[in-house]
Every structure is written in structure tokens, then in C-alpha cells.
Design a protein around this ligand. Structure first.
Ligand code: PMV
Length: 361
């Protein structure tokens, strides 16, 4: 059995009260996860950098549930009610009750906030579900003394986060994570991510990641609908094979500190993700005109400066500009002088690779 028998995780005597709180970052996929099956299992393995400045903070205050409780939980986002988020969390809590049966005996008061604007077009599901999963594991630890060992704790948190959002499984780890089974990666699994910081050259441990906000509009396709488009996609098998190949090459380049090679692989991955969307039935275009303009400008910047500054893109129009810290001043000047005018009201987030989640008061 992967985790402690869940039948043992119920209160047999007095039901306690307490509180758990975590700050958990978003992450940016370098090799993209696109296509899933079963219960949130990936069709191909992925690798990501953990971010630093884009995070969610979530707290759960728990107490015995009483007959007077109309609901099993309360949820506030930014101190306000958000029925759509509360709905998703309600469904998620029901799903994870088989893993944490004690949830049924508790009332949970959940509060959450993001460090980045909710409407900025940044996917918040990775930070939100990883923070929530970490809180649930903390409650298990506080009440049952389980998960004492850090590796076991993170493995379970990653597994539980995955059930909320696949990419959330990767946010649990310092610097970089790999999620999804790969024959050449012995510890890899479809069920949880693993931390790979110790296999990554130091130059990437503090890598810069400027998030250029091109458009904040709500996505025309949800990520679940996007994954579904891969189900009968004519290029699906080719894409999954490409992702496996790219992952091996990327892990090698990350280890060697080869910023050029890493850069060219992550750009190919971003373009393949969007090529899949554009070749789906129905097709989806998530890139905005200014996304393409910024891509062209990055290519020109690279040609003229020979600096290893590359981009990746998630399932949306925003650009993540990745760069070594030693070139930070050149990159900031490039954003201020050239790229900023193509961002929504000039806005961008000065993020970097970070150390993963932390427990907070
Ligand atoms: O975790 P989801 O279901 O929101 O899917 C994430 C998909 C991408 O962000 C496009 C790629 C990835 O690996 O994060």
C-alpha cells in the first residue's frame, strides 16, 4: 500500500481542533503535460521549475463537525466568498475523503489568497491545490502523527495535489520536479511527482522567470477541456513520444548547465503544446497577436546579443521569459524598453526559480 491504511485515519475518541497553513508556489512546465486519462493520470511525463513570487497562501482551521453545521466547510478567497471556487473545492474534498476519512468528522474553515492578481491570466490551480493538499497532510500529521518523514509527507502531498490539478503535483518540490512515468527515469511515477533539484546544475537554481502578461481575459478553453482534445487527436501518439524524448534531453541539458540547449528545448515544447491545440478538433488558439510579436522580439534580441534568453508558454497567451541571473540587468532593460509595450498595461511579474512550499502561521 502506498500510504497508511486510510481506515485508520478516523477519530475514535475526542475530535480535536487546530489549524494548518501553507504558502505554495506555482510552477512553470518546461516539458508540458497535455493529455490525461483515468483519475488525473498524465499521458506523458513532464518537468517543471518551481516558482518563487507567484504563490497561494491557504489556511484550514478545523474543529469537530456538529449537527448545527449547515455545510461541511466554509471557503473565502481574499476574504470574500467565491461560489465558483467553493464549488470546485467542495468536489475536491469529497474526492479526497477516501484518502482522509477524518474530513467527514470535521468542519473546515478554508481561506486562501494569491500573491498575483486573480485575473492576471496566470493559472492558479497549481499553487492553490498544492497549498490545499499540504494543509490536509498537515492535519493528518497533527491528528494522527503520520507522515513524519519529509519524503513520505511530500509524496502524499504531491499525490493528493494531483487529484485537484495535475500540474499541482509538481509544486510541492524545491527548484524542479518531474511528474509522470518514464522508463529511463527509475523513480518517476504517474501518481506523484518527484523533486529533481539535485540533478540540476546550479545556474538554474535561481534562474530568472519574468512572466509577461499579454492578456488577462478568461481562457476560451479550460485546461480539462484542453486535455480532452488530446483524446482522439490525430498527432497524439507523436506528441507523447516527442515529450518523452524531449524530457530525456532536457534532463541531460539541465544537469550539464547547458542554458542554450535547455532554452531551445523549452521553446520547442511551448510551440508543440500550442501546435497540438491548433490541430485539435475543434481547434483552439490561445496565443494573442502580442504573444507572437514578443516571440519575434526575443528571437531578435538573442540574435543581436547572443544571450541565452528563451521563452516558454503555458495554455494561454502569457510569455515566461527564462534567463540566467548574471544577465538580469540586460533582461530587465529589454523588458522595460522593448517588451513592456506589448504587455497588458505594461504589466509583468518579476519571478524566479524558488525553494518550494513553506509552512506559515
Ligand atoms: O494541471 P492542469 O490540468 O491545469 O494542466 C496544465 C497543463 C499545462 O499547464 C499546459 C502544462 C503543464 O504541464 O503544466
Amino acid at each position: 500500500m502506498m500510504f497508511k491504511d486510510s481506515a485508520e485515519l478516523v477519530f475514535k475518541e475526542k475530535i480535536p481542533k487546530g489549524r494548518a497553513a501553507w504558502r505554495s508556489p506555482s510552477n512553470i512546465a518546461l516539458v508540458k503535460y497535455w493529455g490525461k486519462h483515468g483519475v488525473q493520470l498524465p499521458r506523458n511525463p513532464s518537468v517543471s521549475f518551481t516558482l518563487s513570487e507567484s504563490y497561494s497562501e491557504t489556511s484550514i482551521a478545523y474543529r469537530p463537525r456538529s449537527a448545527d453545521d449547515k455545510d461541511s466547510f466554509a471557503f473565502l478567497f481574499d476574504a470574500k466568498e467565491e461560489p465558483a471556487f467553493a464549488d470546485r473545492i467542495g468536489k475536491y474534498l469529497q474526492e479526497v475523503t477516501s484518502i482522509f476519512p477524518f474530513i467527514d468528522q470535521l468542519h473546515l474553515d478554508i481561506r486562501s489568497r494569491n500573491s498575483f492578481p486573480h485575473s492576471s491570466g496566470i493559472a492558479s490551480s497549481a499553487s492553490a491545490f498544492s497549498a490545499l493538499a499540504l494543509c490536509l497532510c498537515s492535519i493528518e500529521y497533527q491528528c494522527f502523527g503520520t507522515l513524519e518523514e519529509d519524503t513520505a509527507y511530500r509524496k502524499k502531498a504531491s499525490y493528493v495535489a494531483r487529484l485537484g490539478s495535475g500540474s499541482a503535483s509538481r509544486s510541492i518540490f524545491d527548484t524542479a520536479a518531474l511528474w509522470g512515468q518514464h522508463g529511463e527515469e527509475s523513480a518517476s511515477s504517474d501518481e506523484f511527482a518527484i523533486g529533481v533539484k539535485d540533478r540540476i546544475h546550479e545556474v538554474f537554481h535561481s534562474y530568472g522567470n519574468a512572466i509577461l502578461l499579454v492578456d488577462s481575459g478568461s481562457k476560451s478553453v479550460s485546461s480539462s477541456a484542453g486535455h480532452r482534445l488530446m483524446e482522439d487527436h490525430v498527432y497524439a501518439q507523436v506528441r507523447y513520444a516527442e515529450a518523452r524524448k524531449n524530457l530525456l534531453q532536457l534532463m541531460q541539458a539541465l544537469q550539464q548547465g547547458d542554458t542554450e540547449r535547455v532554452g531551445s528545448l523549452i521553446e520547442v515544447e511551448a510551440m508543440q503544446l500550442h501546435a497540438m491545440m491548433m490541430a485539435s478538433r475543434p481547434y483552439v488558439i490561445l496565443l494573442a497577436p502580442n504573444t507572437l510579436k514578443i516571440i519575434q522580439l526575443i528571437q531578435e534580441f538573442r540574435r543581436s546579443t547572443h544571450l541565452p534568453v528563451f521563452f516558454t508558454i503555458d495554455a494561454g497567451p502569457n510569455i515566461h521569459l527564462l534567463y540566467p541571473q548574471e544577465h538580469r540587468s540586460d533582461v530587465l532593460a529589454f523588458i522595460e524598453d522593448v517588451l513592456g509595450q506589448y504587455c497588458l498595461r505594461g504589466s509583468w511579474i518579476d519571478d524566479r526559480v524558488g525553494n518550494g512550499p513553506i509552512q506559515i502561521d
